[in-house]
Design a protein around this ligand. Structure first.
Ligand code: DSN
Length: 439
């Protein structure tokens, strides 16, 4: 089934006659930047965005983001600010918090984190002390930078220990995670990933955390929109803290959010501000509120289910054409191709795909044998192409030209042909910002 997620309702394009690109003040004040905005819009229109962490915010979200709420300082939380004049922005932030709680059934929400990294930083700092032990997914197996990378604050402030996927299957084996937790005895367990294509067993993570006396934090940055749309199990009933970003599967503004149990509400709020941030970005918080409202709409649930259906269809078509996917497929919105059978490396593939209007990113996977900068995998996802209204049929087309590119990597004629096919697909599915495509 193909759901036209661009038509009508909360995710609708701007009304006819409203040219979203006509930013008159910007064109007059700074034609150079205005020109680059146009160029980037054209790039997005002409490109199939398959990076699983990217998406298309709605026109309504972008309008809230580009508003005069940018002008207001409001350190603190609604009703308890360090600045005057917060009577309106208090209502904005309360709406965002209430909608976040309602959408996810959470006891408390802090909507101030500027990004996922700040959300994780504030959640850790709410209950951990420097040097505390944290157990997180191995970074080269799907974990995130903020889950203990030695070059990130997380690895510098806390003592992170990794848990691993099973060597045989590439899947997380919860008995092995439990064994690691019993060995490490962490103060917190972090569940979540940036490139694991499977659903996590939140109940098992919670049992393990309880057994070893650890807090459980779930970083659902990648799959929050799937949870919001009912297309993925929710970690909220199981975890002490749930963090996420709002610009990935949520289709909102760039930003982060922390959900937590009521007992941690004060600690989380103080940790976000003044702990790790100063003034909240009220324009971003207004845009998050708009996004939460959109996520409550049935149209968004249809979108979230379509993202998963598209990912399964894309994975099935790739497997059909003998491509090797880590873990053998996907349960969520992403998948990772093992490039070794093609004799190719991630960095070169990423660059070649850029040239033919298909955006992917080089990615590690368990035992890939490459380097973090030039791994032997590429990561793909369906959130953005689904926002353009594409369905399973188009996933078949995309799988076709991905495999043609990988098989005919050294043949310029194949590249030229794929460029034409990707451009044609983009023209058939315009971005949701205008009623007509740019010529
Ligand atoms: N950098 C993001 C991603 O691409 O998964 C996570 O923050």
């Amino acid at each position: 089934m193909t759901v036209d997620t661009r038509a009508g309702g909360a995710l609708a394009p701007p009304p006819a006659g409203d040219d979203f690109t006509a930013k008159l003040a910007l064109r007059a004040a700074d034609p150079e930047i205005a020109g680059l905005l146009d160029e980037e819009l054209h790039r997005q229109e002409d490109t199939l965005e398959l990076i699983p962490s990217e998406n298309l915010a709605s026109a309504a979200v972008l309008e809230a983001l580009g508003s005069w709420l940018n002008n207001k300082y409001a350190e603190g939380v609604p009703g308890k600010r360090y600045y005057g004049g917060c009577q309106v922005v208090d209502r904005v932030e309360n709406l965002a918090r209430d909608r976040a709680r309602q959408l996810f059934g959470a006891e408390h929400a802090n909507v101030q984190p500027h990004s996922g990294t700040q959300a994780n930083m504030a959640a850790y700092a709410a209950v951990l002390k420097p040097g505390d032990l944290v157990l997180g997914m191995a970074l080269d197996q799907g974990g995130h930078l903020t889950h203990g990378s030695p070059v990130n604050f997380s690895g510098k402030i806390y003592r992170f220990e990794p848990y691993f996927v099973s060597e045989a299957t590439g899947l997380l084996d919860m008995a092995e995670v439990r064994a690691r937790a019993l060995e490490v005895r962490p103060r917190m367990i972090v569940a979540g990933y940036s490139s694991y294509p499977r659903t996590l067993d939140f109940a098992a993570f919670a049992d393990i955390a309880r057994e070893v006396g650890a807090y459980l934090m779930v970083d659902m940055a990648h799959f929050a929109g799937l949870v919001a749309g009912g297309a993925h199990p929710s970690p909220v009933p199981h975890a002490d803290f749930v963090t996420f970003t709002t610009h990935k599967t949520m289709r909102g503004p760039w930003g982060g959010v922390i959900l937590c149990r009521a007992e941690h509400a004060d600690a989380v709020d103080k940790s976000a501000c003044p702990g790790v941030q100063g003034g909240p970005h009220l324009h971003g918080i207004a845009a998050k509120a708009v996004m939460f409202r959109q996520c409550m709409h049935p149209e968004f649930a249809a979108y979230a289910h379509q993202v998963v259906a598209n990912a399964k269809a894309l994975a099935a078509e790739l497997l059909e054409r003998d491509t090797v996917l880590t873990t053998g497929g996907t349960d969520n919105h992403l998948m990772v191709i093992d490039l070794r059978p093609y004799g190719l490396r991630g960095r070169a593939v990423q660059s070649a795909f850029d040239e033919v209007g298909v955006t992917v990113n080089a990615n590690t996977f368990p035992g890939h044998g490459g380097t973090p900068f030039n791994p032997n995998g590429i990561r793909l996802g369906t959130p953005s192409v689904t926002s353009r209204g594409m369905g399973e049929t188009e996933m078949g087309e995309i799988a076709g030209f991905i495999v043609d590119m990988l098989q005919g990597f050294d043949d310029p004629a194949v590249h030229a042909e794929v460029r034409e096919r990707s451009a044609a697909l983009c023209r058939r599915f315009p971005l949701p910002y205008r009623r007509t495509t740019v010529s």
